[in-house]
Ligand binder design. Structure first.
Ligand SMILES: [Zn+2]
Length: 848
């Protein structure tokens, strides 16, 4: 197995405790460090192998049992990111202390120990340093055993400028000035036993909220100067979710304090470093009085997600990266639970259907992957942070929870955490705990969802008193492969019979299942409640029965499922475009924001596929559908209306003014936005994103200038990104050129540029230019942008829907492979192919 495991460290020597002292220099962007690592030598070895990357190692020595110091030779293996320390004689079995001196750089790639900047009150750029170690970047900050199974204790000391704040995983024991140097030494307590990827160091000028006690844990939110005023909402959900998880898991929070820290440059959304969680500013700092409901929900989601990780991920950790889903799917599932408990009026599990649908979209491709699959190299671990790990993973857990019952499921989770705390675990350990706790065949059920890619389409028909169900893999492109694949499918039935409504839950394991009822069947809902990770195709008569009284027979989540499944089969072929457009016309009276989300999403998708003439016809039909709904809701908030209703108004007006191209709506939106700018009209916060989208869609250079200014002078992170990303939605070619320049000219943070670029690729008026630009600046983008953002940016290629562009895209990526996201790239290319096939198939549809 040696060849296969070439990236894995030997287990002959393991770390127990690191004492790390780092001195970062924020003017030269470098750091020096030393560490004493208490190690356990399990068999006599002459060489110790650990991970190191982009580090210079000056010296290494080891203290033997008698206290004698032996110095070692250092050899660096750059390809495998390793340091090999060899000693003149074999080291004896037992405990020993390894001392290493090293130095490194504070890089600008937003991983390892890296630099960030922000504007101070005087407008001058100020430096700070932060870390991002997951998956394999702790090795850029200190030599270490950088695999999740090598858990150890960390005692950190940071030497920093006197005026700066230093934060790490554990609480500060003491701060001592170092006279004559302008520096101080900040010594932190020992951390709990944990994996390297959870270690964190943050250094800079920061302000904190007053600590709030959650049990024995002081909770604070940190931000760069001037932004503390945006921290209160995060404190509230931080406290609520920490309390929620303590009770749910029945284990106290494992750290000694909890800091939530907003970092101005951040590659992902947030990172669950134990006790020192880092966030991008939009995911933590928000003006609760002026942000939209969706923006608040995002902060609540991310804070809850990271807090959930303190147990799921930090206390119990996957043994290796193949088990990443154990961390991420659970944190995503728990995030919904906590937010739903905190604000039930947001109906968080209902809006989760939108995330589930996003996972089903990718998982319906031939190029999908199982939730868990073998991982060896660092870039393969990096490729696992996707919609299948997070959203599909969370969806199948929700399906399991609903099948087992919420309390039984929770008890199994408690048992799992109890058994494996301060240690590592594998997927099989979770099934053991759930089976022991529930006595149900959890493993057999879940193995079909975790180790097998894709999901089934359940076809359903009635024969008198019998309901006939069958399963077959769902694919956007049916090529006849994998037809024998079967899942253990929890089926949630609600069947209308002559004798009344019958609900039933069953587990379907074979290709076909017949379910008997005592009376003749009149209607049937399969996947009642919408928790199942599958699609449903009803026979013609059952479909007619459902459509007859949509709002009366189906819950909002079930209507979402019906529409979303229909859209999927439209892309796949069995449903014609005309039939789909006829179906969505049944939504005239619809008032659920998520149902409309799937319809509006499919409209934008259609607009990227269809030609100009077809788009004009589509716009006409969308106006006929959406205008009455907007008329019903009005443009202003009604007394006592729910936040979801306010959000729906914004979403519908936004769609009417953009993808439905309704001129009166556009005029009114422009007027309202101008009044809002002048402060003469108090526009509802949930309407503002719609006005911004419409003004960008219709606007000229004056609007562009104004958006540009508002981006640069924004008062909140949400406002900043709203105006920035809107710059990608203008239609004028010169303005598009200007936005394209912004993606690489240094005016936009590299944490945002890739997503701006993705937006321009998805703008049908800009996509040709955007593609030419991306090809010609590809190397520049790779140099500037964080590695994890490249495959996400490339999602924009799904908008390049012509046969010619598709061929060009394929040939470009054949020559320029994206190694950290090869699976996602395959999926983007297949999604593009599905869209191009639709374009061909719909040539003669929607002609006026
Ligand atoms: Zn996570």
């Amino acid at each position: 197995m040696a060849a296969q495991l070439s990236h894995r460290l030997p287990t002959t020597v393991t770390p127990e405790r690191y004492a790390i002292r780092l001195t970062p220099d924020l003017t030269t962007w470098t750091f020096t460090g030393e560490e004493q690592v208490t190690i356990h030598i399990h068999q006599p070895v002459g060489m110790i192998v650990a991970n190191a990357a982009e580090l210079a190692i000056d010296s290494v020595s080891i203290k033997d049992a008698k206290g004698k110091l032996l110095s070692g030779n250092i050899a660096l293996d750059h390809d495998h990111e390793r340091a090999c320390f060899s000693f003149p004689a074999d080291l004896p079995v037992g405990r020993s202390e390894l001392s290493i001196k090293f130095s490194g750089i504070l890089n600008d790639k937003l991983h390892g120990f890296y630099r960030s900047t922000y504007k101070g009150a005087d407008g001058k750029e100020q430096p700070l340093a932060s870390t991002q170690f997951e998956s394999t970047d702790a090795r850029r900050a200190f030599p270490c055993w950088d695999e999740p199974a090598f858990k150890a204790v960390y005692q950190v000391t940071l030497v920093v400028d006197e005026k700066l704040t230093a934060i790490s995983n554990a609480g500060v024991i003491r701060e001592t000035p170092l006279p004559g140097t302008g520096k101080k030494e900040v010594v932190f307590a020992d951390s709990m036993k944990m994996s390297t990827y959870l270690v964190a160091f943050i250094v800079g000028e920061f302000e904190a909220t007053e600590p709030v006690m959650v049990g024995n844990t002081p909770l604070r939110v940190w931000a760069v100067p001037g932004k503390k005023r945006l921290a209160n909402f995060a404190v509230d959900i931080g406290k609520a979710s920490l309390e929620h998880f303590g009770a749910y898991y029945a284990i106290p929070y494992p750290g000694d304090k909890l800091d939530l820290i907003a970092i101005p440059d951040f590659a992902s959304g947030a990172m669950e470093n134990l006790g020192a969680i880092t966030f991008r500013e939009t995911a933590l700092l928000v003006d609760a009085a002026n942000a939209t409901r969706a923006e608040l929900e995002r902060v609540a989601d991310v804070v809850s997600h990271e807090n959930a990780h303190m147990w799921f991920g930090d206390l119990v950790t996957m043994r290796w990266w193949n088990g990443l889903w154990l961390n991420e799917a659970f944190a995503t599932f728990m995030e919904m639970l906590a937010v739903d408990a905190w604000k039930p009026e947001w109906r968080r599990w209902d809006s989760f259907t939108v995330s589930r649908a996003a996972a089903m979209q990718v998982d319906g491709l031939k190029s999908t992957r199982p939730i868990e699959f073998p991982v060896e190299k660092p870039e393969e671990a990096a490729g696992m942070f996707d919609v299948l790990t997070y959203e599909k993973g969370a969806s199948v857990l929700r399906m399991l929870e609903q099948y087992l019952g919420a309390d039984a499921f929770r008890d199994g989770i408690r048992l799992y955490l109890q058994r494996h705390q301060y240690d590592n675990a594998e997927t099989t350990d979770l099934w053991d705990a759930l089976e022991d706790s529930t006595k149900q065949p959890v493993r057999a059920l879940m193995d079909t969802w975790i180790f097998q890619p894709g999901y089934p389409l359940i076809s359903v028909m009635k024969e008198g008193k019998t309901l006939v169900l069958s399963q077959q893999i769902f694919r956007y492109i049916q090529d006849g492969t994998d037809l024998a694949r079967r899942w253990h499918v929890p089926i949630f039935l609600r069947v209308g019979t002559r004798g009344g409504t019958v609900t039933k839950t069953l587990l379907m394991t074979g290709a076909e299942q017949r379910v008997e009822f005592s009376d003749d069947i009149e209607s049937a809902v399969v996947n009642a409640g919408g928790h199942g990770f599958y699609r449903v195709r009803y026979s013609a008569e059952l479909a007619t029965a459902l459509k007859g009284g949509l709002a009366k027979t189906l819950s909002a989540v079930e209507r979402f499922g019906l529409m979303n499944d229909a859209w999927a089969t439209t892309l796949a072929g069995p449903t014609s475009l005309t039939d789909y457009l006829d179906l969505i016309e049944l939504l005239r009276d619809e008032d659920d924001v998520n149902v409309w989300t799937t319809v509006i999403g499919s409209s934008h998708h259609l607009a990227r596929i269809l030609d100009d003439g077809q788009c004009a016809e589509l716009e006409k039909r969308l106006r006929a559908l959406i205008a009455p709904a907007v008329a019903r809701l009005g443009w202003t908030v009604k007394a006592g209306e729910s936040e979801l209703a306010s959000q729906l108004r914004g979403d519908l007006i936004g769609a009417l003014g953009t993808v439905a191209n309704d001129e009166p709506t556009q005029t009114r939106a422009q007027e309202l936005f101008a009044a809002h700018q002048k402060g003469t009209d108090d526009v509802d916060r949930n309407l503002i994103p719609a006005l911004v989208a419409i003004v960008a869609h219709t606007g000229g250079s004056d609007d562009y200038e104004m958006f540009s200014r508002r981006f640069k002078t924004a008062q909140t992170p949400q406002e900043e990104t709203r105006y920035l990303f809107a710059l990608g939605n203008f239609r004028d070619p010169q303005l598009i050129d200007h936005t394209l320049d912004l993606t690489i000219n240094g005016e936009v943070r590299t944490q945002n540029s890739p997503y701006l670029m993705r937006g321009i690729l998805l703008n049908r008026h800009a996509r040709d230019k955007a593609w030419v630009f991306m090809k010609s600046h590809w190397d520049e983008m790779l140099r500037q942008y964080p590695d994890n953002s490249i495959p996400r940016m490339c999602e924009g290629i799904i908008g390049l829907v012509t046969k010619e562009l598709e061929a060009d895209v394929n040939s470009f990526f054949a020559k320029h492979p994206v190694k950290q996201g090869s699976k996602q790239m395959e999926q983007h290319l297949e999604r593009l192919h599905v869209a191009v096939a639709c374009k061909q198939r719909w040539q003669s549809s929607l002609r006026g």
